[in-house]
Write a protein that binds this ligand. Structure first.
Ligand code: HEC
Length: 130
């Protein structure tokens, strides 16, 4: 009985410690950290595209599928009359295949909060350095 209570208490405090440890990390780095974790597998950092994804640096406000160094799918090129505003990015990230049926980008399961954080980070990254 006493042992069980002790074990439960220990587990609870471990869980609390884990929560406390992760919370500041989330709020400090936010969208940039999510970008690194969820997008960097295909979109490398920097201004050049890789074979697996177009460069995301400067994407905010940029015309859809407009980088000369990436071979976009016909599906995304069909949207080239649009620009990547916050709402366009949100629609694409919510469901790439619905936004541009046949796109080469696979669906990334993201919560609305994660999408907002990512879009915030992309917006910041697009501001020219002063
Ligand atoms: C599995 C690889 C992969 C992952 C992971 C991935 N992407 Fe993509 N992304 C692509 C590919 C490939 C394209 C080009 C799609 C096409 O041509 O249809 C693309 C296109 C884009 C575009 C359009 C860029 C442009 O120049 O028009 C944006 C914006 C984008 N991705 C954002 C993201 C974000 C944000 C994440 C992380 C949440 C992410 N992607 C994760 C592969 C990926």
């Amino acid at each position: 009985m006493l042992l069980r209570a002790a074990v439960t208490g220990l587990l609870l405090s471990l869980a609390t410690a884990a929560l406390l440890a992760s919370a500041p990390a989330m709020s400090q780095s936010g969208g940039a950290a999510i970008l690194r974790q969820r997008c960097a597998g295909c979109h490398v950092d920097g201004s050049e595209s890789s074979p697996t994804g177009p460069a995301l640096q400067g994407v905010f406000g940029r015309r859809v599928a407009s980088l000369p160094d990436f071979d976009y799918s016909p599906a995304l090129k069909a949207k080239a009359d649009r620009r990547w505003t916050a709402s366009e990015l949100d629609a694409f990230l919510t469901d790439p295949g619905r936004y541009a049926p046949g796109t080469a980008m696979t669906a990334q399961p993201l919560s609305p909060a994660e999408r907002a954080a990512i879009i915030g980070a992309l917006r910041v990254e697009t501001q020219p350095a002063k």
